[in-house]
Write a protein that binds this ligand. Structure first.
Ligand SMILES: [Zn+2]
Ligand SMILES: [Zn+2]
Length: 217
């Protein structure tokens, strides 16, 4: 181990727990959790906060991806309050014509900002600790990282770490290929009696592995 255990910090432990948590992609899980926590604090503490309301007026609400997450994680009255602002804004555009449309908008979705911060925090910590023995062990037992997260990490990793990530991705893809082949084989009437095993949901995992978990990318 190149760096002392004492210098590990909270983000490192979150990462290690996520790798050990049996997720399809630990980074997708951590990003989703960061955004869910953001929405939880919005709906428990900030709906009436003028700062947040102003921020959402500037960004024109949440982007479509995070608006869908908000509907899953938010609370009816809070959403009604925030989106009444948005409806008023669109009506005022309508009344003010093109000049008003040009005036508003342009800021980035606040949930996108939270998610970008989380991605950068977890990925930079992961790259910093990729050679740590505990991370290595957890990584070998985990599902690895989805293709979009692997690409993101590879673009930022030094050569040796990049090769390790490439090898991990190749092995995960090989095992997925074997499961998909097995799933297809068992659809043949000659083998149907064998019944399905862990490959039963491989088609679903393949899509999620190639594109990331719901609403992460
Ligand atoms: Zn991912
Ligand atoms: Zn967003």
């Amino acid at each position: 181990m190149s760096t002392s255990r004492a210098s590990r910090h909270l983000v490192f432990h979150e990462l290690l727990d996520a790798l050990r948590g049996g997720h399809l992609c630990a980074l997708c899980h951590l990003e989703n959790r960061s955004v869910e926590r953001y929405f939880s604090s919005v709906f428990h503490e900030s709906v009436n906060d003028p700062g947040l309301r102003e921020e959402l007026l500037k960004s024109r609400g949440y982007c479509p991806r995070h608006a869908r997450m908000m509907l899953r994680n938010g609370e009816a009255l809070g959403i009604a309050i925030l989106y009444e602002d948005q409806v008023r804004l669109l009506l005022s555009d309508h009344e003010g014509g093109a000049a008003a449309e040009r005036r508003a908008g342009g800021a980035i979705c606040p949930a996108c900002c939270k998610q970008t911060d989380a991605r950068s925090r977890y990925c930079s910590t992961l790259l910093e600790w990729l050679n740590d023995a505990d991370v290595q062990e957890a990584l070998e037992r985990s599902g690895g990282f989805c293709v979009p997260h692997t690409r993101y990490l590879q673009e930022r990793a030094p050569a040796r770490e990049r090769d390790r990530l490439t090898d991990l991705l190749r092995r995960r893809l090989e095992s997925l290929k074997a499961e998909l082949g097995e799933f297809r084989r068992k659809h043949d009437y000659r083998f149907r009696h064998e019944g399905f095993g862990s490959e039963a949901d491989s088609w679903r995992r393949a899509v999620r592995f190639l594109t990331g978990e719901d609403d992460v990318f």
